[in-house]
Every structure is written in C-alpha cells, then in structure tokens.
Design a protein around this ligand. Structure first.
Ligand code: ADP
Ligand code: G6P
Length: 489
C-alpha cells in the first residue's frame, strides 16, 4: 500500500505509556535529576524518530507538592515528556497491585494471586477501581495536550482502560493501543474478574496491536468467547463498529548498537572484559529481575551443565546482570532472595579461591558497558518462561557481527518466532535440555555459528523499532491497512 512520508510531513504523535523514558529522582524542593528508565517498552519507543513525538506518562515518583510538580514538568518538557502525577495510594493499588500483581502474572501464564498476595494490596475490586481512576487521569492529561490531527498511541497492560476514556472525551480522536506483553490464551484471560470491562474498553480503540499473530488471535478469541462478538479478518466488529486488530512485531534501533561498538569508551570496556575473562568462555544473561525471565531456571541449568561436564568447570563463567524492578511488589522481593540463594550455593559448590562460576549483579549497566558485554561474550542465555518479545536477544545479535556468538532462546519469548531459525530454541522449564544446549553452544563449530548469526542479524537490522512504529501509525491513519493485515498472516 501507499505510505505516508513522515520525513516531509512530520506527523504529531502522542505516545501514552505508564513509564516515561526517564524516571525522576528528587534533589531539592524544585530540583530533579532524570535517569533513563529500563525496559523493553522504553527501548523500543526510544528507537522511534520520524515523528513529532510527545510522551505522556508517570515519572516513577510521588510528587505531592505543587512546587515540585511544576519544576518536574519543566525538566521533563525539555525531553518532550509530559508527566501524569499519581498519588502514593493510587500507585500502590494501580501499579504495584492491579498492573504488576494481577495483569502482569496473568498475561504471562503465572496465574492470579492467591489470598495472601492479594491481602497485601487490599481487594481485587479496590485495585481495579484504582486502575480505572489512574487511566482516567492519563486520559485527562492526553486530552489537555491533544491537537486535531494528532495520533494517540496508548501502550501496554497499564492502560487498557484508556482507549474508552479517550473516546468518551473526544470521539474523533484517533486512538491506537499496543500490548508489549503476550496476550494469553482466552482460557487464561477469562479468569480475570474484570475481563469484560477491559476487553470492551480496549475495543474502543481504532487499532489494536500485538507482537505476534498468536497474541492477536488469542485476543480475538477472547472477544468471540467472552463478549460473543464476531471476529472478521480485519478485526472485531461490535454493533457496526470495527476495531482493527493486527500483529506488529517490535524491533530495536540496531544502528545505535552497531555504531556504539566503534566508540572508544566501548572499545575500552571490551578490552578490560577480554582481559578479565581470558582463557574462559563467557555466557551472558541480561534481564530485569522479573519472575517471567526464568532466572532461577537458567542458573539451575548452568549448575547442571557444570555438574555433568567437569572438564568445563574452570573454563566457563556465567555473567547474570539483573536489574531490580518493581521492588515494592512482594513477589519480586522473594525472587531476589531466591536468586541470591541459588547463586551463593552454586558458587560455594563450584568456585575456587580465585574464581567463581557465576557473577551475578543486581544493577543496570550503562549503554556503553552493555554494548561491550554483548560484543565480547560467547553465548547469550535468554530463558523467559513467557515474554512478549524480548529485546535483549535482538540487542545481543546486533552486537555480535564480529564474534558470531550463539543465542540460546526460550521458545516462549515472542522473539522465538523471528530469531528461532538462528537461535537454539529451548523449553526453559526443562533444565536438562537447557544444560545440554549450553554444551552444544559452547562446542559449536565456527561455520554453524556464522550461519545462525547471519540469519538473525539480517532480521534484526531489517525489522527496526522505527519500522514497527511507522507501520502501526500509518495503519492507524488508515493508509496501509492492507499491508498490516498481510503482516499478520
Ligand atoms: P522487558 O520488556 O521485559 O524489560 P526486553 O528484553 O524486551 O524485556 O527489554 C529489556 C530492555 O531493558 C533492553 O533494552 C535491555 O537492554 C534493558 N535492560 C535489561 N536489563 C538491563 C540491565 N541489567 N542493565 C541495563 N539494561 C538492561
Ligand atoms: C515491560 C513492560 C513495560 C515496562 C517495563 C519495565 O517491558 O512491558 O511496560 O515499562 O517492563 O517495567 P516498569 O514496571 O519498571 O515500567
């Protein structure tokens, strides 16, 4: 289909997401420091350049006073960000509660919380009320900044109620909604007590997007089975209104990673790392410290590998970089201590006075350190139990042009559909299988590594974040409907 040229007529785009690309830390009454936020949503959206974009979201901090709010809004304005202020109680019920204790685990097939997990954040209903209230606050800010002709693009499970709120405020607004997580099988989704209301409000959007065709199909099934609506090849129809539904697999700004490898800072980091681990193969894990990433399973598989391959014991090391995330949610706190316990046990078992097999860091790395690590390591280990896409796997591939390292990738990550042919696909629950894949990866001959890498590299550089966003937005503007539909087949 025909394409809009966003370079000549810069389309105004309002991105709405719970998380802004920067999070604020307070330094004084009216002084703020802004730090980069971590996560796939931020990474993908920062790769989008060809629009006149404003980003509306929560700055990750409670700002009860007007002076602070004004100062923060001003600091954010320089980054073309507009804050939505949420008070502490709303954040507790909406973000820690409904989003991260209910929707996130359910959408990743972990299920709904048991009584004791609910008790910490009050009842399901009060959390859902807070969720709706928060979504309404986002809608009010969007409405305040909306100009005719803008495209409004809502993101992720935090904002499923937003399309409906926006259409109620202005029925002419063009509204798209994209989910960065899996949409689960309709049999899982139907467990959600607020299933009807959430589906209906998402359907208020003009265009609904997912990473994979399977997620889109699950969503349509939920609409058919739970709402009794008819699914058509274009989407879902409700009393004459069509909501278009399609798959738009996300990518990264691959050029940014490839170029970074030439920078002197990155080269310096690479030199240090190479010296530090000389004579040993290095395996890499980079994740938010989240229950969906299968970090304990990954470490146990590495232990099994060491157990079964004594000849490798001093010759391989696992670097697991796990940035803490959502630390006010009890499940995440439990995971942190669980991971520490397993790492300690294995290092005690296989370590020596001078070396340990696992280096586990609870922190985020800056971009240059991260690129260096991606470039010098021999194997990347991505063992998500479920993952919408997983951009870490894309970033690793982008940085491996010279080394041609091996990607071990969970079949439950959306990325398995795009990088499956080049990666070694594993079922992360099967520790024996992952352990033997580690052995296979470490012993893989150069020509096989090269072939696999080449396949994935081609994909990563040709399916970028910019292309993802252009396709979504032009589809929302009605220009390339047909093209987007073809992408879902
Ligand atoms: P998710 O969306 O669940 O966070 P993704 O793999 O899609 O998972 O994206 C994670 C993003 O966060 C990537 O861009 C990755 O570089 C970044 N990231 C994750 N862990 C770290 C870390 N420890 N240090 C720096 N960046 C990280
Ligand atoms: C995933 C979600 C994003 C979220 C990110 C980081 O990528 O899809 O919406 O921003 O994790 O989580 P956080 O709770 O810190 O925003």
């Amino acid at each position: 289909g025909e394409r809009l040229d966003f370079r000549t007529s810069k389309q105004r785009l309002l991105v709405v997401a719970n998380r802004l690309p920067v999070s604020a830390v307070r330094h004084g009454e009216d002084s703020w420091q802004l730090e980069m936020s971590v996560g796939g949503l931020v990474t993908a959206l920062l790769g989008v350049k060809e629009f006149d974009t404003r980003w509306i979201g929560w700055a990750g901090v409670n700002v009860p006073d007007e002076i602070g709010q004004k100062a923060l809004a001003k600091a954010l304005d320089e980054k073309r960000c507009i804050p939505v202020f949420l008070d502490e109680e709303v954040v507790h019920q909406y973000y820690n509660g409904y989003c991260n204790n209910i929707l996130w685990p359910l959408f990743h097939y972990i299920g709904l919380p048991q009584e004791d997990r609910l008790a910490t954040t009050r009842s399901f209903q009060s959390q859902f009320d807070a969720y709706k209230k928060a979504n309404q606050l986002f809608a009010d800010v969007v409405n305040e900044h909306y100009e005719e002709g803008d495209v409004v693009w809502c993101h992720d499970y935090h904002l499923m109620f937003l399309p409906k709120c926006l259409k109620e405020l202005n029925s002419k607004m063009k509204v798209g909604w994209f989910l960065h997580t899996p949409f689960p099988s309709s049999e899982i989704h139907r467990m959600l007590p607020s299933r009807l209301e959430l589906l209906r409000s998402v359907l208020a959007a003009d265009l609904v997007g997912f990473h994979t065709y399977d997620y889109a199909r699950h969503f349509v099934s939920a609409c058919t089975r739970i709402l009794g609506l008819e699914g058509t090849p274009e989407g879902v129809e409700d009393q004459g209104k069509l909501t278009r539904i399609a798959a738009f697999p996300v990518g990264i700004d691959s050029e940014r990673f490839i170029k970074a490898l030439e920078l002197p800072e990155v080269q310096d980091h690479m030199k240090v790392l190479k010296q530090r681990f000389a004579g040993r193969k290095v395996m890499l894990g980079v994740d938010r410290l989240d229950m969906i990433k299968g970090i304990p399973q990954k470490i146990l598989a590495f232990e099994k590998f060491l157990e079964e391959n004594p000849n490798w014991r001093n010759k391989v090391v696992l670097l697991q970089i796990a940035v803490p995330t959502r630390t006010d949610v009890p499940e995440y706190q439990k995971l942190t201590s669980q991971v520490h316990e397993i790492v300690g046990r294995i290092n005690g078992r296989f370590g020596s006075l001078t070396a340990v097999p696992i280096h586990h860091l609870d922190r985020s790395l800056d971009f240059h350190e991260l690129c260096a690590l991606y470039a010098v390591t021999d194997v990347a280990l991505v063992t998500s139990l479920r993952d919408g896409m997983n951009l870490v796997s894309y970033e690793y591939v982008a940085c491996q042009e010279s080394k041609k390292g091996v990607l071990i990738l969970s079949e439950f990550a959306g990325a398995a559909q795009s990088l499956g042919a080049g990666a070694i696909l594993v079922n992360p629950w099967n520790v024996t299988e992952v352990a033997s894949s580690i052995g296979y990866a470490l012993n893989m001959p150069a020509d096989e590594r090269e072939k696999r890498h080449h396949h994935n590299f081609k994909h990563v550089i040709s399916h970028t974040a910019q292309e993802w966003a252009s396709t979504f937005v032009s589809c929302e503007l009605n220009v390339t409907i047909v093209e987007a539909q073809l992408r879902t087949r």
